[in-house]
Ligand binder design. Structure first.
Ligand code: CDP
Length: 266
């Protein structure tokens, strides 16, 4: 299937123009709602926010796979393991029990992350995890273990799963694949504001450099690099607010968004 890029607000390609011709809907046959939805993209492209909101709307399970890689990284740092020691980190990933559950505490969290029964929801967002998570995620042994766990969850269906390799590796047969993107500068600004909102100190330049470094490691690694699946719909979120991105994504789910036939919109 050819890659599709959509621009929701492009007047020439707006709602109605090709409605009924696009994915999921035809004049006589209404295809059921996608049950497995993969959302990939680089850091701060909006995956987690959109994934969470979409799963709430649909009543689907929401799995942020980044949280799993972060949990392995946090526990490795806590145990004083050398993050360059691939064998030790892979062994840790095999032994560690990670659970993502509905929010157990009302403190602004999207979900609760348990590592061997300990609540690590906020610890996995710390800067030292940001710095070390990409090298840890590049290890084949770590990816193998987490990918298997993610596939088991996805098999149950009615799931929105977000990450870097969901549409390409974890569930290549997902019913709907979306790739959210934006420039590094836009994404760094979002992350900067997020950190400030949590009441922590933030330095925009530092965040931007860290994000570019992480993008590079994630997209150049040997195993499951960050990239859009051939059949993913790419949504540039650079000029869109969260409600606007959610609207685009919901229309993709309902199959009522116009297909731009591979064009992008300025
Ligand atoms: O929230 P943010 O976009 O900054 O990152 P995340 O989604 O929490 O993911 C953190 C890191 O985990 C990424 O930079 C990747 O290195 C790794 N990751 C991955 O390799 N594969 C995934 N499916 C999800 C995350």
């Amino acid at each position: 299937m050819p890659r599709r890029m959509i621009c929701f607000f492009c007047p020439a390609r707006g709602k109605g123009r090709t409605e009924g011709r696009s994915w999921g809907v035809s004049e006589e046959v209404v295809v059921p709602r996608p049950s497995t939805i993969a959302i990939d993209g680089p850091a701060a492209s909006g995956k987690s926010t959109i994934g969470g909101l979409l799963s709430d709307r649909l009543g689907y399970l929401y799995i942020d796979t980044g949280a799993m890689y972060r949990a392995v990284t946090w526990v490795a740092l806590q145990k004083g393991l050398d993050v360059d020691d691939e064998d030790a980190i892979s062994e840790l990933a095999r032994a560690l029990e990670i659970e993502i559950t509905r929010p157990a505490v009302d403190d602004g969290r999207q979900y609760t992350v348990l590592a061997d029964g300990h609540d690590v929801t906020w610890q996995i967002r710390r800067p030292e995890v940001d710095r070390n998570v990409s090298p840890v995620s590049a290890y084949a042994g770590v990816r193998k273990v987490l990918t298997e766990q993610q596939r088991r969850i996805a098999r149950r269906g009615r799931v929105v799963m977000v990450g870097r390799d969901i549409g390409t590796v974890v569930i290549p047969d997902a019913d709907l694949k979306i790739y959210l993107d934006a420039s590094a500068e836009v994404r760094a600004r979002r992350r900067y504001l997020e950190v400030l909102e949590r009441g922590e100190e933030a330095d925009y330049e530092h965040i931007l450099q860290d994000m570019k470094r992480r993008d590079m490691i994630d997209s150049q690694r040997q195993v499951a690099p960050l990239k859009a699946a051939e059949d993913a719909v790419i949504v540039d979120t650079g000029n869109l607010s969260i409600p606007e991105v959610l609207e685009v994504v919901e229309r993709l789910v309902e199959g009522t968004v116009a297909d731009s036939g591979g064009d992008t919109c300025a």
